[in-house]
Design a protein around this ligand. Structure first.
Ligand SMILES: [Zn+2]
Length: 130
């Protein structure tokens, strides 16, 4: 949580997360796009059903339905403690760079390149189940 965005500083080699629409509900963003003729991809990620965040999303949506404003309260709470968390849990230095892509990394190979190596080694991304 201490490293979640939006980020107020820029670290060399990394792109800061700014989340310009984080306080605007997704449905309102979609409605705005529809009303203003803005094209967007409304398709689902083919791996959507595998994401663990779906369970957390369902829980939050259920609580939000029973107590409207809960999601905003959680965001406001987080914004209130973000600086405290950042001070208490200083980010470890990345220390080096990925030997494959050169991006800042705390390990010899960054997580993205590590994933790509595993995918290439296995013959590709596994088929979606369920
Ligand atoms: Zn890499």
């Amino acid at each position: 949580m201490a490293r979640l965005g939006p980020h107020s500083t820029v670290k060399e080699g990394l792109v800061p997360r700014v989340f310009p629409l984080r306080l605007v509900p997704e449905k309102e963003v979609m409605l705005y796009a529809i009303l203003n003729g803005i094209e967007f991809d409304a398709g689902w990620c083919p791996y959507y059903s595998r994401a663990q965040r779906n369970e957390f999303r369902d829980i939050l949506n259920s609580v939000e339905e029973r107590s409207p404003g809960t999601k905003f309260s959680i965001v406001r709470f987080y914004d209130g403690i973000r600086d405290i968390l950042a001070d208490a849990y200083q980010a470890e230095g990345l220390g080096g760079h990925c030997r494959v892509c050169g991006s800042p990394s705390s390990s010899d190979v960054c997580p993205v390149c590590s994933f790509l190596e595993r995918v290439k080694g296995s013959g590709g991304v596994p088929e979606q189940k369920g």
